[in-house]
Design a protein around this ligand. Structure first.
Ligand code: NAD
Length: 320
């Protein structure tokens, strides 16, 4: 879990691969007064905190605190939750549910006890369902949007990076969204993709070409590919987390795809948690941007919602 704070403030994380990459990216990119790290594995946590602190001569001044006691995270402005079991080679994110639901039930009350007003960003997988679980555990007194997931922010970056590589340009010249599940049923919104401001599709009524579908497939498979090769993913998700942290702590209202409740969009009648472009600020997701989708993209989004709800509803109804 990662807690990010800012100006006299804090951010929080766990001593996991994901946690450490978040810390590292936050240290280099985000103005946070204090970063507090919390993990149940006290020894590993101490090792990670010392390793990070020993480089403090080389980054902006940040106080690094670490403890297995949640009081170290008190008064955080942003909490990033990365605790939980991770995928093994060939395993789907959905296979992690049972263990990570229990972990979330343990973490969220502790976080809220010490930082009742923090924005909370869930990274643990399956990210959409864990965000739903965290929101349900937190209860209706926590305003909608305060708890959100990193969702397809990372998938969108993967798509932008692939397109940029193919075109031989900088990834920041490519904009566009992957929405829906952070997982197999995600939707590449090709009608939203712009290169240097120019739409890449001439005719949005046609289904995406085989080449575009293959690129989207590569995005979906990219975490599995990295896990086969190095055992886990951490750097890209850490950078995504730091990007989210910066925009939350600076209250920028930047728009990025994040996991939030999408009830009401495209006729969805359940509290399904999925990624859509959202404006983000110091209190988390401020509003969901209902971007125009082609019929093809709408159908795919609704299929993604169905796939997530199929799993979410089982755990959702079990949390009182
Ligand atoms: N959303 C994304 O894009 C994305 C990307 C990478 C990883 N992840 C997810 O992040 C999670 C962590 O992955 P990892 O590779 O860092 O795993 P990891 O095994 O390296 O670390 C998990 C950490 O969680 C800690 N932990 C477990 N239960 C806890 C609890 N109740 N309280 C406090 N700490 C607890 C463990 O001690 C461990 O340090 C996984 O669910 C993984 O799938 C998500």
């Amino acid at each position: 879990m990662l807690f990010v704070l800012r100006i006299r403030s804090k951010t929080k994380t766990h001593a996991s691969h994901t946690f450490v990459s978040h810390q590292y990216a936050v240290l280099n990119q985000v103005t946070a007064g204090t970063i507090a790290l919390v993990d149940m594995n006290a020894e590993k946590l101490d090792g990670e905190a010392k390793d990070l602190a020993q480089g403090s001569a080389f980054h902006q001044h940040v106080r690094i605190e670490a403890s297995s006691d949640y009081s170290v995270s008190a008064k955080s402005h942003l909490v990033i939750v990365t605790a939980g079991v991770a995928q093994k080679v060939g395993e789907s994110r959905l296979a992690l549910i049972e263990k990570n639901v229990e972990i979330m039930k343990n973490i969220i009350p502790n976080v809220l006890k010490h930082s009742p007003n923090a924005a909370i960003c869930i990274v643990s997988n399956p990210c959409d369902i864990m965000t739903a679980v965290a929101s349900k555990v937190a209860g209706p007194s926590i305003p909608a949007g305060r708890i959100f997931g990193s969702g397809t922010c990372l998938d969108s970056s993967r798509l932008q990076s692939l397109l940029a590589k193919g075109l031989g340009i900088d990834a920041q010249s490519v904009s566009g969204y992957v929405i829906g599940e952070h997982g197999d049923s995600s939707v590449a919104v090709w009608s939203s993709v712009r290169v240097g401001g120019v739409p890449i599709l001439k005719d949005v009524t046609k289904p995406p070409s085989d080449m575009l579908n293959a690129m989207h497939r590569e995005v979906i498979d990219s975490a599995g590919d990295v896990i086969v090769k190095k055992g886990y993913t951490n750097w890209a998700v850490g950078l995504a987390g730091a990007y989210i942290a910066k925009n939350v702590l600076d209250d920028t209202r930047q728009i990025m795809p994040l996991t939030t409740c999408v009830r009401g969009l495209h006729g969805i009648e359940e509290d399904i948690f999925l990624s859509m472009p959202c404006s983000v600020g110091s209190h988390g997701v401020r509003r969901v941007i209902d971007i125009p989708l082609t019929q093809y993209e709408t159908d795919a989004f609704l299929k993604s919602a169905e796939a997530v709800w199929e799993i979410q509803k089982g755990v959702w109804d079990d949390i009182s």
